[in-house]
Design a protein around this ligand. Structure first.
Ligand code: IDP
Ligand code: MG
Length: 152
């Protein structure tokens, strides 16, 4: 069982796609264990995107992610980190496969609707940036018994 950080970016909020994006993760069987709408400030944005400092798109990325409230989600499930990335699709909308969130809804290199942690280590770091321990809710669901088999 892993937990990953998702951010529904400003374009998802502005385009009214939050619900349809959340559906994809719920349909896969993931449990939402944290959720809130926040306005990311430049300090938080620079900590979150520290790995991209100095890249040509960095300034635009910080301006984009701070331009409007975003929805941050902590999402839990088997292989949540890698599977969430597969559901999202490739970074650039026009390269992402149809059937993925970005492949179906984005046709941009930077406005690609959703962020998802790229490794278990990134997920730990990013979850700590956006959620305090008491904002993560580890509740049980009866359906979880039907989402993973004992011999998975
Ligand atoms: P990821 O979101 O698929 O993990 P990263 O390479 O980590 O992609 O880049 C972070 C974000 O920066 C992307 O989601 C996208 O919004 C933006 N970005 C990445 N590469 C470019 C680029 O070449 N031009 C403009 N924006 C970019
Ligand atoms: Mg990334």
């Amino acid at each position: 069982m892993e937990t990953t950080l998702l951010i529904l970016k400003p374009d998802a909020v502005q385009r009214g796609l939050m619900g349809r994006i959340i559906f994809r993760f719920e349909d896969k069987g993931f449990r939402i264990v944290g959720a809130k709408l926040i306005r990311i400030d430049s300090d938080l944005a620079s900590r979150h995107y520290a790995e991209h400092v100095g890249k040509p798109f960095y300034d635009g990325l910080i301006a984009f992610i701070t331009s409007c409230p975003v929805m941050v989600l902590a999402v839990r499930g088997t292989n949540a980190v890698a599977t969430a990335r597969k559901l999202m699709g490739k970074t650039t909308g026009w390269e992402a496969e149809p059937g993925t969130i970005r492949g179906d809804f984005s046709n941009s290199r930077s406005f690609n609707l959703v962020h998802g942690s790229d490794s278990a280590e990134s997920a730990q770091r990013e979850l700590a940036l956006f959620f305090s321990a008491d904002e993560i809710h580890d509740y049980a669901r009866d359906v979880d018994a039907w989402l993973t088999a004992p011999d998975d």
